[in-house]
Design a protein around this ligand. Structure first.
Ligand code: GLA
Length: 522
């Protein structure tokens, strides 16, 4: 058996090698399913039931009913997914998987139809191995990718979680790409969840393969497990984005092994990390407090923010952790998270989040719903294992982006030798055509205002570009009379919600004027 498998994979490798020779530099097919532009929200039974008999058709239908009757569908929960142990241990004579008739007497197609009739989506599970993970030995899809994908599509499956057990040592990329391609060939849009536990760093290869990938081993319903998953996942922000998410595993909220405070931290951090929000508790039994966590629309909005940025860690000192997440409307979400056993004060600043300077900021506490303003400090006393979660907005007026935090083309310098500038200095661009100063800012905006000084007697025109496109050509920055006399040039330039690159490029030999700041006005 194993020698046959070796022969088969050697033959497969030859075919792949041969097709590479023929195709030359043709890129590998990419994941182009257009799905999960925001992280998936829904349910999966595993954390609640594992393979116990209570995992059955009645339960799954009950969950779908509650999604509608208790408003979970209205706040974004969509996928009703089943995990391991749904099948019989053997394929049928046609080689197809067979739903366990004791658990699913009506079959999987009927269950998917039930879920669809409620306006929800249905997901299923199998493994990229010869068998799934459960010791009962349910059949996996390795070597049966197309047949199983076709069967799932024929049942109306919308989401596949593809596990890693019994993989026979076959290369992970090969296994997960085979199922990606099989799903694509069905012609049905099926969200594709890679459950490889982070073993081969899927974040480095899976963006063109799956819509999400597990970054860790299995979560369990304990503080130490949950916070360990957050710690492992939080450094991977650069790999997440619309259609391709880091997955630190499913939610435990409501399963009873953590306190309400700890479950709030769990939900807060998953939302900050743009993680899947897959409820893992039996919603027919969860407490009102835990239900309220799962339905906190302010927190869900962070997870589902259309910009799709995972939070980054601003600081992590002895278990006191500050996370910041850029949001599409220019706001920031800030989490002050206390992993220690004692209450502690955790602090950061609006400026550290890169939101841009303003005279004041609004902080909305997304759990207590209290709103306050600050001139910059973001700080709270945070109980043990709690997370204070703020949505931070500029409280009005312009946001100032100093030139000393801008990027300059070669030869440009940040100087401070002509008094009267704001902040700690100004940008002195090289004296040449093409010399530029570039800011990273956040919209929305309708006006851009540049602080500058020009001590010469001739204007220093620049092209103003937004995200690489010139929106105002040869805008003059006129003489101000002296290098210490600062003035402004304003232009009505509108920026959509979200981050933008603003570049001023000199169009004459003198280079740009000395530039002090860019004010972005809503
Ligand atoms: C693996 C996965 C889990 C779950 C079980 C089912 O452990 O990582 O999420 O699907 O298999 O057997």
């Amino acid at each position: 058996m194993s020698s046959l498998r070796r022969t088969t994979s050697a033959a497969a490798a030859l075919v792949i090698a041969a097709s590479c020779l023929v195709l030359g530099s043709t890129p590998a097919p990419a994941l182009e399913n257009g799905l999960l532009r925001t992280p998936p929200m829904g349910f999966n039974n595993w954390n609640s039931t594992q393979c116990r008999a209570e995992f059955n058709e009645t339960m799954i239908k009950g969950i779908a009913d509650i999604f509608v009757s208790k408003g979970l569908k209205d706040v974004g929960y969509t996928y009703v997914n089943i995990d391991d142990c749904w099948a019989l241990p053997s394929r049928n004579s046609a080689g197809n998987l067979v739903p366990d008739p004791a658990r699913f007497p009506s079959g999987i197609k009927a269950l998917a139809d039930y879920v669809h009739a409620k306006g929800l989506k249905f997901g299923i599970y199998t493994s990229a191995g010869t068998k799934t993970c459960n010791t009962a030995g349910f059949p996996g899809a390795l070597g049966h990718e197309q047949q199983d994908a076709n069967l799932f599509a024929s049942w109306g499956v919308d989401y596949l979680k593809y596990d890693n057990c019994n993989n026979q040592g076959v290369d992970a990329q090969q296994r997960y790409k085979a199922m990606r391609d099989a799903l694509a060939k069905t012609g049905r849009p099926i969200a594709y969840s890679i459950c490889e536990w982070g073993q081969t760093k899927p974040w480095t290869w899976a963006e063109p393969v799956g819509n999400l990938w597990r970054t860790t081993g299995d979560i369990s319903d304990r503080w130490s497990s949950m916070i360990g998953k957050a710690q492992a996942n939080r450094g991977l922000a650069q790999y997440a984005g619309p259609g391709h998410w880091n997955d630190p595993d499913m939610l435990e909220v409501g399963n009873g092994g953590m306190t309400t405070t700890e479950y709030r931290t769990h939900f807060s951090l998953w939302a900050m990390m743009a993680a899947p929000l897959l409820i893992g508790s039996d919603l027919r039994k969860v407490s009102a407090d835990d239900f309220a966590i799962l339905k906190n629309t302010d927190v869900i909005a962070l997870d589902q923010d259309p910009l799709g940025k995972q939070a980054t860690v601003l600081s992590a000192n002895a278990g006191l952790v500050v996370y910041s997440k850029v949001l599409a409307n220019g706001d920031r979400a800030v989490a002050l998270s206390n992993e220690t056993a004692a209450t502690a004060t955790i602090s950061t600043t609006a400026s550290a989040t890169g939101i841009g300077s303003a005279s004041s900021y609004t902080l909305k506490d997304l759990w207590s719903k209290a709103v306050r303003t600050t001139t910059g400090t973001i700080s709270a006393s945070v109980p043990s294992h709690a997370t204070v979660l703020y949505r931070v907005s500029r409280a009005g007026g312009a946001a100032r982006f100093e030139a000393e935090s801008a990027s300059l083309s070669a030869g440009g310098t940040i100087d401070a030798n002509h008094a009267g500038y704001s902040g700690t200095g100004f940008a002195n661009g090289a004296n040449a055509v093409g010399s530029y100063v570039e800011w990273q800012v956040t919209g929305p905006a309708s006006t851009l205002t540049f602080g500058f000084a020009n001590g010469t007697t001739a204007a220093r025109p620049v092209d103003i570009s937004v995200d690489g496109t010139v929106v105002a050509a040869a805008v003059p920055f006129p003489p101000t009379g002296a290098w210490t006399t600062w003035s402004t040039v304003a232009r009505p330039i509108s920026l959509a919600n979200g981050p933008h690159t603003i570049r001023l490029t000199a169009t004459t030999d003198g280079g740009p004027a000395n530039l002090d700041y860019l004010d972005v006005s809503p």
